[in-house]
Ligand binder design. Structure first.
Ligand code: ARG
Length: 566
């Protein structure tokens, strides 16, 4: 709300001052360097420069114009300090405005995304390979960005661009047909398919002819050989079934599972267009798009005619543009694919499409365990499903210790455990690496998911026992520091959501929720809620119910499932 007020002041002052001076004036409205100077600050130097009048005279005029504004009533003091005019909020008026606004609008926010569509490409694991921790990050971040965008009114299309295409399928099919065990693949699809893939490589080392065989099989698969097609479909299906277990636990869903294979018949059109536009160059038999000195060329077609990852991404991009008419497309993929997405953008730009500017690579850092890159690939495969289960078990231990009779405790523990992992990821700015320490993230104290859940449950239990009405409130209760911190934080909610969108980073929201929870907890330590005075009690209950609702909605937007009891 402060941002909105700042905007109103800026716009209205610009109009009034421009007409006063008879020339166009730009006004800057900022936050003062130190909070004891007030809540809003307006520097007048640039206005002085524009109108070429003495500082004192200009400052007096600006103060006079501020006095005439309607939002003036929200401020207690207007002070001039040197070249700055500082405004201090009238806490009573501001608190009333914040609370009244909540009663009228609830937590609804301006629908800035109305009639805009954003496609988000996230998760996107590779068939017949394990779901990596990188895919987990992509899933968590992408899902949350999608939720935040929807809250802001955007139409969101969630796409799981499965890695279900490429020469490795020739190898897997060869291995499966020659030394695979159908039964085993049935029981443990991903583990077995990975084994077959590794085995294939070992054999191919001694017998390079196998590589040719695999290539041959892949070529036939591309051309629609029914036997291979059926196997490929089967591998895709059993892999997807494994991934679905993770998605179900995380409560994540997609609008489309069209993976790379879906674009098999849509790539030729792209290649043709590149050719017509004179962008394709022959390079040792391969086809490339030259991207100048800043970047290596994009390899579009190998010398044997087969296409590449970027070729399929180009086809997917045009398909999405034509199907969804997106305003932006987001690719939630790790830092290591930075060059790939830069090349994708550069090729689209060279093709003459302005929408290259709407392509955003939402990159992210690594997951670290004891400071080292955590991997699900090397050595023993860490199954993410198992990790999620382990987090749930740790939470269950905690409940068994504190509240063993809790009804539905397994379900509650699962929600706490899984949401702890989600929050641990999202509290970090996405490009930073994330430390994966299960013990720490399921802790109820500290900057954790369980701490937020606990705070919400604590408020809920107070609210459950007490009805309150919002008809008679004592707003002057809210002006003390520890209450007004809460009011100001509540007032920031909408700005925080917009900032999270701007940076495509749910961490903005995650950190905000931690702040809100900690302000609440210090408020709760100082104030008794269940006082005899009805008005006072009402006011406090009303305040904490707003906090609880923001915490719950915020957690939901991050993709955490909120619990009511623990
Ligand atoms: N399957 C890829 C991988 O695991 C990620 C795909 C990301 N999306 C895209 N359109 N390229 O590395």
């Amino acid at each position: 709300m402060i941002d909105k007020i700042k905007n109103i002041i800026r716009q209205e002052l610009e109009v009034n001052l421009s007409s006063h001076y008879g020339e166009s004036i730009n006004v800057v409205v900022e936050e003062p360097k130190s909070s004891n100077l007030g809540d809003i600050s307006i520097p007048v130097f640039s206005i002085v420069k524009t109108v070429r009048k003495p500082l004192n005279e200009v400052a007096d005029t600006v103060v006079e114009k501020i006095q005439e504004l309607e939002v003036r009533e929200l401020f207690k003091e207007i002070n001039r300090v040197g070249g700055f005019i500082n405004l201090t909020l009238n806490r009573l008026a501001f608190s009333k405005k914040v609370i009244d606004n909540y009663f009228v609008n609830g937590l609804s926010v301006e629908q800035v995304g109305k009639e805009k569509t954003i496609v988000i490409d996230y998760s996107s694991p590779n068939i017949a390979k394990p779901f990596s921790v990188g895919h987990l990050r992509s899933t968590i971040i992408g899902h949350s960005i999608g939720n935040i965008l929807e809250k802001l009114g955007y139409q969101v299309v969630r796409i799981n661009h499965l890695g279900d295409f490429g020469t490795q399928f020739g190898k897997i099919i060869y291995a499966y047909l020659n030394f695979g065990d159908k039964q085993k693949v049935e029981e443990n699809p991903i583990e077995e398919l990975v084994k077959l893939y590794v085995e294939f490589h070992e054999l191919a080392k001694e017998n390079p002819i196998l590589e040719d065989k695999a290539r041959e099989i892949f070529k036939e698969l591309e051309q629609g050989n029914p036997e291979y097609q059926k196997l490929w479909e089967h591998f895709r299906e059993v892999s997807l079934a494994e991934y679905m277990k993770v998605y179900e636990m995380l409560n994540v869903h997609f609008d489309s599972y069209n993976g790379e294979a879906f674009y098999n018949d849509k790539m030729q059109a792209v290649v043709d267009e590149l050719k017509v536009k004179g962008l394709l160059k022959k390079d040792e038999g391969a086809m490339i798009v030259d991207l100048g000195n800043d970047m290596p060329p994009a390899l579009i077609q190998k010398s044997d005619g087969s296409t590449l990852y970027i070729t399929r991404d180009l086809a997917a991009l045009f398909y999405r543009k034509n199907t969804y008419h997106f305003d932006e497309v987001l690719y939630v993929v790790g830092n290591e694919q930075k060059l790939h997405f830069e090349q994708l953008k550069a090729v689209v730009r060279k093709m003459g499409y302005g929408f290259y500017q709407d392509i955003h690579h939402i990159n992210f850092g690594l997951v670290l365990q004891d400071g080292k890159k955590m991997s699900t690939r090397k050595g023993k495969i860490v199954k993410l499903e198992d990790v999620l289960v382990e987090a749930s078990n740790l939470s269950l231990d905690y409940i068994n210790e504190k509240n063993p009779c809790l009804v539905n405790k397994e379900e509650i523990a699962r929600k706490i455990g899984v949401s702890a992992i989600i929050f641990n990821d999202l509290k970090n700015y996405r490009t930073n690496d994330v430390e994966f320490d299960l013990q720490e993230m399921v802790n109820f104290v500290g900057q954790t998911g369980p701490y937020l859940q606990y705070t919400s449950v604590r408020i809920s239990s107070v609210l459950e026992e007490n009805n309150f009405s919002n008809s008679e409130l004592m707003y002057d209760l809210l002006v003390q520091d520890h209450s007004f911190d809460l009011i100001k934080t509540i007032a920031q909610y909408e700005e925080i959501l917009n900032k999270a969108k701007e940076e495509y980073s749910p961490s903005v929201l995650a950190k905000y929720l931690l702040n809100l929870a900690s302000y609440f907890n210090s408020f709760y330590a100082k104030e008794k809620i269940m006082v005899d005075d009805l008005k006072e009690r009402n006011t406090k209950l009303c305040l904490i119910s707003i906090i609880r609702n923001i915490l719950d909605e915020g957690m939901n937007l991050l993709g955490m499932q909120v619990i009511r009891k623990m």
